[in-house]
Design a protein around this ligand. Structure first.
Ligand code: AMP
Length: 142
């Protein structure tokens, strides 16, 4: 059975929907659990545009705080919490390798039109992962 689950979270309200499913699989398998959130680097001009000097630093700090809160709720230890900066797919797959995850869990939105063509994070993970991937279909936005 699975020994190490990596839960990729975008830290949006979708996370609430996923928590129970991740915990159920974890309890069922007795697997270790790691959490990852990736902060995508912002283009240089956004700093001038938004007038905030260190947006990236601020985003990382906020992400760390959110991941810590989530980790308490999900009973995940400090060394199993990851906040990474870079391309989302690449970073998720790298941490999956690093922790020897044998299951990645993430959400998946129904896609139509252009966004279907552009693809989703879930798709990218699914195509690049060396281990199993469980994509949880998220409720449709109203
Ligand atoms: P998407 O279809 O791109 O909105 O994302 C689908 C799923 O990918 C989300 O429900 C998360 O599980 C995962 N994901 C998206 N963005 C991130 C992120 N920045 N960090 C970690 N996981 C993410």
């Amino acid at each position: 059975m699975y020994k190490h689950i990596l839960f990729a979270t975008d830290l949006t309200e979708d996370t609430e929907y996923l928590i129970e499913k991740v915990l159920t699989i974890r309890n069922f398998t007795g697997a270790a659990l790691s959490l990852i959130h990736v902060v995508e680097p912002l283009p240089g001009y956004s700093y001038a545009y938004l007038g905030i000097e260190d947006i990236e630093g601020q985003l990382i700090t906020e992400a760390r705080q959110s991941i810590e809160k989530l980790a308490i709720r999900m009973n995940v230890s400090k060394e199993d919490q990851f906040v990474e900066v870079g391309p989302t797919k690449t970073k998720i797959l790298k941490i999956a390798d690093d922790v020897h995850a044998d299951l990645i869990m993430c959400g998946s939105h129904g896609r139509h039109g252009l966004s279907l063509l552009l693809g989703s994070t879930a798709n990218a993970i699914l195509h690049g992962a060396k281990c199993d991937v469980l994509t949880v279909r998220l409720p449709e936005e109203k």
